[in-house]
Design a protein around this ligand. Sequence first.
Ligand code: SF4
Length: 472
Amino acid sequence: MSERKQILVTPEEMEEQRQYIAELRTRIEGKGLKYHIVTYGCQMNVHDSEKLAGMLHEIGYAETGQMQEADLILFNTCCVRENAELRVYGNVGALRAYKQANPNSIIGVCGCMMQQPEISDYIRRSFPFVDLIFGTHNLYRFPCLLLQALDSNTTVVEILDSEGAVVEHVPTRRAKGVSAWVTIMYGCNNFCSYCIVPYVRGRERSRHREDILEEVQDLAEEGYKEITLLGQNVNSYGKDLDRQYLFHQLLRDINGVNGIERIRFTTSHPKDLSDELIETMAECKKVCRHLHLPIQSGSNRILKAMNRKYTRENYLQLVEKIKKAMPDISLTTDIIVGFPGESEEDFKDTLDIVEKVRYDSAFTFIYSPRRGTPAAKIKDEIPQEDKKERLARLNELVSSISHEKNKAYLGKNVEVLVEGPSKTKADVLTGRTGTNKTVNFKGDPELIGRFITLRIVEAHVFSLVGELLKDA
Ligand code: SF4
């Protein structure tokens, strides 16, 4: 048994929230109230919204996809990129007339953006019709806060600026399907110079292994076949506890859970990716042959300015080790272009590392300063036009490599887990390979949730097209 060092929310506190849920249920019973949640940002936020939805369902609200017919609207915000932040202001502001027409409705804003006092303050002052503002650390207190908001004429605001505790047993309503997210840790200790996450999500707090394994077991019993383990840096899992039980050991244990067929995880900081983890990935059949390994820049000078704590040489050695252990691995990454001070030479180093690693795909971004981070204080002298031009060159290279890698699948048989109907074409289903390739194909909806073998007949930049085998 590992020693429990996390601050856990006490059973008494959780019981208190359950009582608020019961009280709210009695109050709204028979009213047919509906909720709508708008989620911005990463999978952690998507999973947080699943918890908010879980609590709302227990209270008795039903979900609606139409914001205009909702009695309760929540914006779960993200502060990692500026454009998501601007969209929040626009979308919240657009509800002014809606609130006037529906004075009994509840409008709430939560998530990472609210952990920044100047932003939560701005929301409260600029949009006084917002009923409820809360942050990331007290999400589990949503029932109590909602009850207060229903009884209050002014905005209810509760932001905790401490790390927050590890909260277990929050009701969760997951998206229907075959895959489920499981958060294994919260926060980040890395302080990359451009990133706001450690300031708004706090330091690393790992969940206890028994709690994670129990959740995975429950998901298997509910019929989920694939799980994705979430954390800002999953490779640090367990280091804030007694260091006797680390991420690779957790992966091995989850690999042993009956019913779970595929295990994915994100995100991995290269400096913390251990040999034991590579070995475990190679040995555990259920761990997918896909690794998202953010490089951010190929220039040592820029990596230093970003405080990434590895060099391009360290990263390339790591990739070599990974490919040696798993020659069929698919590698994806994140890259920022136009970090302050990035010269053409630095940018060419990034293109060079993309050529060398040959990523299956990459999320590429133009640097945008985040208030409160060290990088925001560095003078940014790169003209926007140059940044856009670099991004276009990078995307062209990434796409050509992705296409080439996808073409290598032509004529091959691949196993996919069928996830559901295609978002763009009727009669077409979508599945994913273990290597995280999206494969579209014509097939019976009865196949959803099953593992099937497809022959790949078309290869595009972002997806593959497959055909069912005749004898399947
Ligand atoms: S590892 Fe760096 S980029 Fe990732 S969340 Fe932590 S500080 Fe942000």
